[in-house]
Design a protein around this ligand. Structure first.
Ligand SMILES: [Fe+2]
Length: 264
């Protein structure tokens, strides 16, 4: 099974730019075209939040227009720039989304079970999953302790080391780690939020944060670093799952480049 992973497109209303600079809508179209041009069509696309920039209904309408071009099934979770109820209304035809409350869900229709956690706190930018959400997660995971499982949530459960991102991090991941640590079939935890590729061994599994399809957060690690982001090379990830190896994850850069250069 090949799973594509796009994060943080920050879609705007038609004709509007992200931060007044980046054409996030065109970049998202580029990302979709990129997936369609791969030599193997992904079986599923996962979108790990900040689908739109301000949570506005006209942004979600634009997101649906762009997603209508996608020729593969997809699953969505919200990020801190999404608006929970506008998000739910925009994807009312996505039967896996719950009718009320946090947008946690489980999709068990593929060789890999997909468990989605809504790590957003309405009106705030940091990440958290409350006790009710963690109880739901434990029950969901206990339903099948053997099937390979992929967990996705917007906020990575760690401090990145980039101070201006860590102000909005998942503040207390220990209770989530306590739930996940009781299971050994969590192949991978997929996140967005940090607009960079990051990896961490955590809670007996591997956490993988995906780059944004729109902009790149500057890699500044000094404690007093000033916030910055760039029109970097947009990217997505491809997670290739097989019975033989489990999950192997690739970064896939979007856009034309020179080459190929033949080698022997
Ligand atoms: Fe974002």
């Amino acid at each position: 099974m090949l799973i594509a992973h796009i994060s943080d497109p920050h879609i705007r209303p038609a004709g509007r730019l992200y931060q007044g600079v980046a054409d996030s809508n065109r970049l998202f179209e580029d990302a979709i075209d990129h997936l369609h041009a791969l030599d193997r069509r992904p079986d599923l696309l996962l979108l790990t939040g900040d689908l739109v920039d301000e949570g506005r209904p006209d942004e979600y309408a634009q997101a649906r227009r762009l997603l209508a071009k996608l020729r593969m099934p997809y699953l969505v979770i919200p990020g801190n720039h999404d608006h929970r109820e506008n998000f739910r209304a925009a994807f009312a035809d996505h039967a896996y989304l719950p009718a009320e409350g946090a947008l946690h869900y489980c999709v068990n229709a593929h060789p890999v079970r997909i468990v989605a956690l809504d790590s957003c706190v309405p009106g705030r930018h940091h990440g958290d999953v409350d006790a009710q959400g963690l109880a739901w997660l434990r029950r969901t995971l206990e339903a099948d302790r053997a099937k390979p499982t992929l967990l996705m949530l917007h906020h990575p459960p760690f401090a990145s080391g980039i101070p201006y991102m860590d102000a909005y991090r998942y503040l207390d991941p220990a209770p989530l780690a306590a739930v996940l640590g009781a299971f050994d079939n969590i192949e991978l935890v997929l996140c967005g939020h940090v607009h960079r590729t990051m990896l961490r061994r955590w809670a007996g599994t591997v956490v993988c944060a995906c780059p944004s399809s729109t902009t790149e957060i500057a890699l500044r690690l000094a404690a007093d670093a000033a916030p910055a982001s760039y029109m970097g090379r947009p990217g997505c990830m491809l997670h290739l799952w097989s019975e033989a190896q489990g999950m192997v994850s690739h970064v896939s850069h979007i856009g034309a480049m020179e080459g190929p250069f033949p080698f022997a």
